[in-house]
Design a protein around this ligand. Structure first.
Ligand SMILES: [Zn+2]
Length: 217
């Protein structure tokens, strides 16, 4: 049941989820409960959403729609981590030229890149301007996004979690190396740490010092 004003929907977006661009399933209230209106820094609204975006985050109280959107994107990135890893492990061309054996792999090859691009598109999707009754809704942008392998993660932390899972990195080593090389060299930090997947505290320290020395730092 909608009880807030519905945002204006441009004609070319009339069937889209505002969060991810997929076909919309319904119009949702934001905030979900009227008791949460007091937390909001802008007017309560109704907006179109697909079923997955509407249900993937359990928490309902946010200070703005952007906070809620960030939570949705983070949840999508976690849930579809395996699909996102396709784009980190392969390029489209590599995948097409790879010689997998067996029918299961043929099926994987055919669908993998398509599936990756689909989830990449949903996570990177930015919605459209929020206008209610001819009035632009002003929302504070409150996140520092980080781009890696063509996917915009809500936070650097989320890209780190993705990299650790995809490349089986030692999280402690990777974050330490990253702090030394800088987030601009994110891919380089991955390459350095991929060589050392299994570490204990003693070997980790030695490896870290080795890497640092190798970097001339
Ligand atoms: Zn959606």
């Amino acid at each position: 049941m909608n009880h807030y004003p519905v945002i204006e929907i441009p004609f070319n977006h009339r069937a889209c989820c505002w969060f991810c661009g997929e076909p919309k399933d319904k119009t949702i209230n934001f905030p979900k409960y009227s008791s949460e209106e007091s937390m909001l820094t802008h007017k309560p609204i109704c907006l179109p959403s697909c079923k997955e975006c509407a249900t993937i985050v359990q928490r309902t109280a946010f200070s703005s729609l952007y906070g809620y959107r960030d939570a949705i994107k983070q949840a999508l990135a976690v849930k579809h981590q395996k699909l996102l890893s396709i784009g980190s492990n392969w390029t489209k061309q590599e995948l097409e030229e790879s010689e997998f054996e067996g029918s299961a792999f043929e099926g994987f090859k055919r669908s993998a890149w398509f599936m990756f691009e689909m989830i990449q598109g949903r996570i990177n999707y930015q919605g459209w301007e929020l206008v209610v009754a001819n009035e632009k809704l002003i929302l504070e942008q409150q996140y520092e996004s980080f781009n890696f392998d063509g996917v915009t993660y809500v936070k650097l932390d989320d890209a780190i979690t993705h990299a650790v899972k995809t490349f089986h990195l030692d999280e402690e080593l990777f974050t330490r190396v990253l702090s030394v090389v800088g987030k601009e060299k994110f891919a380089h930090a991955i390459r350095l740490c991929r060589l050392y997947p299994m570490l204990n505290s003693k070997t980790r320290e030695a490896v870290f010092l080795d890497i640092r020395e190798g970097l001339g730092l």
